[in-house]
Design a protein around this ligand. Structure first.
Ligand SMILES: Cc1ncc(COP(=O)(O)O)c(C=O)c1O
Length: 231
């Protein structure tokens, strides 16, 4: 089997897992999007995934995103062109490589980062990364700080917030997925300009089914599509 065939087979398996989970949860399969996490994977793997019908890709590193997206954008044979999402920690000085280049930044976790994206002066859809478990080692805003950050989006001109994102702690992720959904339900009913919490970005290779049962609208899957990442 060629690498391209392997990626196509893996993608089909992931899509089947997603559809089965959505159906079991009584949700339409098209209510969950697959973000293929191509971090540390070569552009040829992205090309193979595009050939197998995948459109949306997630990157964790600002310069890697810049380089890979530029390489693939120069390739006119890719139709439709890939859509990029940024899912990693983002330092303010790297925002220039990301803002305006991606359809969605999943990892806004501070007012300072929001301000840095806003300062680029280009429209940018974002998610807020929430640290629902309060883990010291994890990024993300504390649930108690979410309303103030959403208020800041409401006052912005260029950035808007389309939902919440979570990287759960090791172990049983389900209660954390449920907590993110409840937080979205609570804050989602408050009407703010530029804020529409329709997306829940949660679930990866090992736990995408349970994330879908708990309401994920975007699952971020790397290993099950591309195999183990190089270290
Ligand atoms: C934020 C984020 N989401 C999703 C993934 C994909 O994880 P997995 O390879 O377990 O599917 C990664 C991988 O590094 C990640 O950093």
């Amino acid at each position: 089997m060629t690498r391209a065939e392997e990626i196509a087979r893996n993608l089909a398996e992931v899509r089947a897992r997603m559809a089965a989970a959505a159906t079991a949860a009584g949700r339409p399969p098209e209510s969950v999007r697959l973000l293929a996490v191509s971090k540390k994977m070569p552009a040829d793997d992205v090309r193979a995934a595009i050939a197998a019908g995948q459109r949306t890709f997630g990157e964790n590193y600002a310069q890697e995103l810049r380089d890979k997206s530029a390489l693939l954008e120069s390739d006119q044979t890719l139709t439709p062109p890939p859509e990029w999402h940024f899912i990693g920690p983002l330092q303010s000085n790297k925002v220039k490589y990301v803002a305006g280049r991606v359809a969605l930044v999943h990892s806004v976790d501070s007012a300072a980062l929001l301000d840095a994206i806003e300062a680029r002066g280009v429209p940018q859809a974002c998610l807020v990364q929430v640290n629902v478990a309060g883990e010291a080692s994890k990024r993300g805003v504390a649930p108690d700080d979410l309303p103030a950050l959403l208020d800041r989006f409401a006052a912005a001109r260029f950035v808007r917030c389309e939902g919440l994102m979570l990287i759960p702690p090791r172990g049983d992720a389900r209660p954390h997925f449920a907590a993110l959904r409840e937080l979205r339900n609570r804050e989602g009913v408050r009407v703010r300009p530029n804020v529409d919490l329709r997306e829940l970005s949660m679930g990866m290779t090992d736990d995408l089914e349970v994330a879908i049962v708990e309401g994920a609208t975007i699952v971020r899957v790397g290993t099950a599509i591309f195999g183990a990442r190089p270290t």
